[in-house]
Design a protein around this ligand. Structure first.
Ligand SMILES: Nc1ncnc2c1ncn2[C@@H]1O[C@H](COP(=O)(O)OP(=O)(O)OP(=O)(O)O)[C@@H](O)[C@H]1O
Ligand SMILES: [Mg+2]
Length: 250
């Protein structure tokens, strides 16, 4: 079933210099439990598209369908992790991650109990009472992801969650994210600049052009799951990666 569908979404920002076309006729589809990535150059409108999907920015034309319908409150189905991790610096890890549960009306005691049970899965056991500035970059991203997952929405929008991490940490986080995705059975739309990351994680990839972002290519990734690190040098993996790189260059 189609969980999220975009039909010809177009957007320009008005600026002092006149209209800035950012997205042009974006159509895409994410089915339930799929992991779909958007790959595209900096400034092509990826974050804008996420803001449109969750209703923070209004498109000029085109529609967003959630489970086949245009929703007035997309937030009921979507949990969004913005590009910058937005942990509240004055709250400890535990108090940051339980925020969505508290907003949903869960008591603090119940929210804390649930979150404590997941600290191990998110690699944060022993750090529950630390402040965000006491964590490494990878831990902060895991805390932000934990908060996104605890919102218990069907669809996760993840905007370059690993963009600022070093290559080794990033690689560990990718494998870990796949485990979390598998365990919590969510639908994911994921933004990245990194083609290898997209192929490793996804069922399907959309490649966007330079601004104004248009869809240049749609690629299915029929690699077996679970994905394992050794796959990235396999012939099939490399072929998919090359196809995407070629389309980015074209
Ligand atoms: N509120 C805004 N008003 C005017 N222009 C904006 C606004 N937000 C973004 N832009 C412009 O729209 C374009 C797309 O921005 P956006 O953040 O969507 O790109 P992106 O693909 O997410 O880039 P990156 O990969 O660097 O995160 C950029 O040129 C940006 O300057
Ligand atoms: Mg962005």
């Amino acid at each position: 079933m189609s969980k999220l569908k975009l039909v010809e979404v177009t957007k320009s920002y008005s600026t002092k210099e006149g209209p800035l076309p950012v997205l042009e006729q974006i159509s895409l589809e994410v089915r339930g439990n799929q992991f779909v990535s958007l790959v595209g150059p900096s400034g092509c409108g990826k974050s804008t598209l996420f803001n449109i999907i969750c209703g923070l920015v209004k498109q000029d034309s085109g529609s967003i369908l959630l489970e086949g319908e245009e929703k007035t409150k997309p937030g009921d189905l979507i949990s969004y992790m913005p590009q910058k991790d937005l942990l509240l610096p004055w709250r400890r890890v535990i108090d940051n991650v339980i925020l969505p549960l508290k907003l949903a009306g869960v008591s603090t005691a119940d929210a804390v109990r649930e979150a404590m049970g997941l600290m191990d899965v998110f690699g944060l056991k022993g750090f529950e009472r630390r402040y965000p500035w006491e964590l490494s970059g990878g831990m902060r991203q895991r805390a932000a992801l934990m908060r996104t997952v605890l919102a218990k929405k069907d669809i996760l929008l993840l905007d370059e969650p690993f963009g600022a991490l070093d290559a080794i940490t990033r690689f560990k986080m990718q494998s870990w994210l796949l485990q979390v995705w598998h365990r919590f059975k969510r639908t994911v739309l994921f933004i990245t600049h990194d083609v290898e990351e997209a192929v490793y994680l996804s069922d399907k990839i959309y490649v966007l052009s330079q601004r104004p972002g248009r869809i240049k290519l749609e690629v299915d990734v029929p690699l077996a799951r679970p994905r394992i690190p050794g796959m990235i040098t396999g012939a099939h993996f490399v072929k998919i990666k090359e196809k995407i790189l070629k389309s980015i260059d074209a």
